[in-house]
Design a binder for this molecule. Structure first.
Ligand code: NAD
Length: 499
């Protein structure tokens, strides 16, 4: 197998796909491979080289060496920013190609989501953090605070070689969320892509070469979680691991980090987010935002609001409108078809998982209002709406990570807050009401890292993103992400010595 392959995507774009690992600015072959599957057909697109522990060691060594090399650490913040901005510009230029490969590998709608969503955001994230590279500086604590005999300052320094481990639902975007702030703050990186969607993030290697980054600053490995991922998270020369994925894996990563070298950890994990619709809402808008809140990216979104709580007096009307809106607006098709809003689920495994939950939902007595699995090739299904659910049902408790919503009704505010919070997760929560006081009071009580008032899933690169409880630790995006990749050295200067 060679290191590159010309791939033509279903929308007719021909793209040179890297297949190797990217280490020290070179493409590298290994002893094993992973197939990349088109979820629209279940057929193989290509295969990429998979990293063994030895290959991960080589990537880590490259990142460590780059961190010791003046060609990266000797740069001014502005020079670092130039490199990051170049990456942004190349992403913008190649957005159609990158979005095409993303949709081909992941199944997400090409036009509405991969191109208009993920690729725009990836560009914006690199552009945003490029601007921060020369604005990271410390504090001075002087005589007014410490007295004339002492002064102190803080020196924000990068952590060193850091690891990024990303999931399959937003592969290119998750890469951007992690790599851009890590580089802006002066770190070097080993990125591990998801074995389910390995293709798009490998293009970062090509972009890094074109942008001219010094060797070893960015390294990319494809590989399985249990070996390559675990080895990276356990590596004693890695000083931080930033992870997005399931809570179960997050727990393993934290354990590996603790046991190896007590490395710094950021976890963006799963969710079972509530969506509360009060009777005084603009109902049509609540329906619309409810639809995108659960069915965007086929429901394969960590913040997707998979539990709907609808106030009793509008319950029947909401259900009727929501089912109608869903039937009219869910265009389930091959992701490159015009108007597609829901592509295939990402893999056969995910398809089987969603199937299992739909069966459990029916068995446990939830009322299925609409939804079906498609016959034939690919992993397609129409979105599933379950009504009359109870909080103890499995589909109300466990993260399904697919286009399945469980709807229940509620009587009053205190009750719905209690029930919304009755979960081990705490990633996002959304609510609809025209009562501004109620909106803020409820938002304040919800145990979630992010609350959306009169919207849903409305994340923004300028605003911190992350969860509480078992949804994670730390905040990505905004200025908060800079702190994830920086340590603040405090320097104490004794001025009490004789001249
Ligand atoms: P996953 O946990 O299976 O895998 C995520 C990544 O971790 C992959 O790259 C995988 O190879 C790697 N991995 C697996 N086992 C590992 C181990 N033992 N050590 C190190 N790395 C390991 O998750 P997934 O199925 O790819 O993604 C879906 C999950 O991600 C969902 O639970 C979803 O909620 C969550 N997610 C969270 C966010 C967020 O920001 N909170 C965003 C997207 C997805």
């Amino acid at each position: 197998m060679s290191l590159f392959e010309k791939i033509t995507t279903p929308n007719g774009k021909t793209i040179e796909q890297p297949l190797g690992l990217f280490i020290n600015n070179e493409w590298v072959k290994t002893d094993s491979t992973i197939d990349a599957i088109d979820p629209s057909t279940g057929k193989k697109i290509t295969a990429v080289y998979a990293a063994s522990e030895k290959d991960v060691d080589a990537a880590v060594a490259a990142a460590v060496e780059a961190f010791e090399n003046e060609s990266w650490t000797g740069l001014t913040g502005s020079q670092r920013g130039d490199y990051i901005y170049k990456i942004a510009e190349i992403i913008k230029r190649d957005a159609e190609l990158l979005a095409s490969i993303e949709s081909y590998d992941n199944g997400k709608p090409y036009e509405a989501e991969a191109l208009a969503g993920d690729l725009v955001e990836a560009y914006e994230v690199f552009k945003y953090y490029a601007g921060f590279a020369d604005k990271i500086h410390g504090q001075f604590i002087g005589a007014e605070v410490l007295g004339k005999d002492k002064m102190c300052f803080t020196d924000p320094t990068p952590l060193g070689a850091v690891a990024s481990i990303i999931p399959w639902n937003f592969p290119f975007m998750m890469m951007a969320w992690k790599i851009a702030p890590a580089l802006a703050t002066g770190n070097t990186v080993v990125l591990k892509t998801s074995e389910i969607t390995p293709l798009s993030a490998l293009h970062l290697g090509k972009i890094v070469l074109e942008a001219g980054l010094p060797k070893g600053v960015v390294n990319i490995v494809s590989g399985y979680g249990k070996d390559a991922g675990n080895h990276l998270a356990s590596h004693p020369d890695i000083n931080k691991v930033a992870f997005t994925g399931s809570t179960a894996t997050g727990q393993k990563i934290m354990e590996a980090a603790a046991k190896s070298n007590l490395k710094n950890v950021t976890l963006e994990c799963g969710g079972k987010s509530p969506y509360i619709v009060f009777a005084d809402s603009d109902l049509d808008k609540a329906v619309e935002w409810g639809f995108s809140g659960i069915f965007y990216n086929k429901g394969e979104v960590c913040t997707s609001t998979s539990r709907f709580f609808i106030e009793e007096s509008i319950y029947d009307e909401f259900l009727e409108k929501f089912v109608k809106f869903t039937k009219e607006n869910a265009k389930v098709s091959q992701p490159f078809e015009k108007g597609c809003t829901i592509g295939p689920l990402v893999s056969s495994l995910q398809y089987e998982k969603v199937k299992k939950y739909v069966e459990i939902g029916q068995k446990e007595g939830a009322k299925l209002l609409t939804g079906k699995f498609h016959e034939g090739e690919g992993y397609f299904c129409d979105p599933f709406i379950f009504a009359d659910c109870t909080d103890d049902m499995t589909i109300c408790k466990e993260e399904i990570f697919g286009p399945v919503v469980a709807i229940t009704k509620f009587k009053d505010t205190a009750e719905v807050i209690k029930r919304a919070n009755n979960t081990t997760y705490g990633l996002a929560a959304a609510l609809f009401t025209n009562n501004i006081t109620k909106a803020h009071k409820v938002a304040n009580k919800l145990q979630a890292g992010m609350v959306f008032i009169n919207s849903n899933g409305d994340s923004d690169i300028h605003v911190p993103f992350g969860g509480v409880k078992m949804s994670g630790i730390g905040r990505e995006l905004g200025t908060y992400a800079l702190d994830l990749y920086t340590t603040h050295k405090a320097v104490h200067v004794n001025l009490a010595l004789e001249d």
